[in-house]
Design a protein around this ligand. Structure first.
Ligand SMILES: C[S@@+](CC[C@H](N)C(=O)[O-])C[C@H]1O[C@@H](n2cnc3c(N)ncnc32)[C@H](O)[C@@H]1O
Ligand SMILES: *[C@@H]1O[C@H](CO)[C@@H](O)[C@H](O)[C@H]1NC(C)=O
Length: 293
């Protein structure tokens, strides 16, 4: 897949330029249009309030996601100064373990309503979603004796900016990025498959975000398996159904070494009708050194 040419030690990515580009794409335009109806409050209720937001049973989806992240950061191998969360949406749970390991965190989303929702929580303003159950749970599983208030204080202090992003652009943060680049690590949860009309688009979006990451840096990618739609208030969003092996192949094609890849099967009682998700994947991937993406 990665060819080494002649006696040169330079490595080359496969040529996908025939499918790349910023040209208008009807599939992508439909995704962007559907997201204009996205309601952060409804999305938070559907996915982060009970039953999915009930963290009291270790078999639930919330504890599984938080455990994957906590265990990966506990290895000590994912560390540095700067981290970018790709497609944060209105949620912060995905950074609760990360924030102890990176002092400069950038959150990002395509929609202003989501960036505003994040602002409410970051500034502790009225109406913000209450993530304290999540903060408490992460403190519990990390077992460092930290209080949830200290955890939240650290995360708020380390999120330095909330920026617009479009993963379909070759430079997702724009040409004059306000984030320090390249980042030492990326986190992205439920974004790429939820904004891509098909697998080639998912692959290109992964290529695009990978340009934001330094060689040797780490990507923690969480997403939906075999999902084709989800609801967020008046919005019904199309999702490209992906299988675990397709995620693995996409990561390899984008120049990563897959360090860990796990699957969670959505139990019946968490199939609540807000989407048709069958499972969740968690990938820990490390960008190879010496690969031009
Ligand atoms: C399913 S939500 C995931 C939110 C959050 N990360 C989570 O874990 O729940 C997908 C997010 O992708 C954002 N999005 C939509 N189009 C996008 C694009 N072109 N580039 C990046 N993000 C986009 C949406 O605004 C939404 O917040
Ligand atoms: C969030 O809920 C916790 C209880 O779990 C409570 O102690 C805290 O005051 C709430 N925060 C806000 C801002 O309402």
């Amino acid at each position: 897949i990665i060819q080494t040419l002649g006696n040169s030690n330079q490595q080359y990515e496969p040529d996908r330029s025939h499918t790349a580009g910023t040209d208008w794409d009807p599939g992508r335009a439909a995704v962007a249009s559907a997201y204009q109806r996205f309601e952060p409050g409804a999305y938070l209720r559907n996915n982060y309030a009970p039953p999915r937001g009930d963290l009291s049973s270790p078999d639930g989806v919330g504890p599984w996601k938080l455990r994957c992240l906590a265990q990966t950061f506990a290895t000590g191998e994912v560390a540095g100064r700067t981290l970018i969360d790709i497609g944060s949406g209105p949620t912060i749970y995905q950074l609760l373990s990360a924030c102890a390991h990176f002092e400069d965190i950038t959150m990002t989303d395509f929609l202003e309503v989501n960036r505003q929702e994040l602002g409410l929580w970051l500034r502790e303003e009225p109406g913000a979603f209450n993530w304290s159950v999540y903060s408490q749970h992460v403190c519990l599983i990390e077992g460092k004796g930290e209080s949830w208030q200290e955890k939240e204080r650290q995360l708020r202090a380390r999120v330095k900016r909330v920026l617009p992003i479009d993963v379909h652009q070759p430079q997702p943060l724009g040409i004059a990025s306000l984030a320090p680049l390249p980042a030492d690590a990326l986190v992205s949860a439920f974004c790429l498959e939820a904004v891509s009309p098909d697998l080639p688009s998912f692959q290109r979006a992964l290529d695009h975000i990978t340009t934001l990451l330094r060689p040797g840096g780490h990507l923690l990618l969480i997403g939906a398996l075999e999902e084709s739609w989800y609801l967020a208030g008046k919005a019904r969003l199309a999702v490209v159904p992906v299988r675990e092996e397709e995620v693995r192949e996409a990561l390899v094609l984008s120049g990563y070494e897959v360090r860990d890849l796990r699957t969670y099967i959505m139990p019946t009682h968490l199939r609540t009708g807000v989407d048709d998700v069958k499972g969740i994947f968690f990938a820990w991937a490390q960008k190879k050194v010496g690969v031009e993406v």
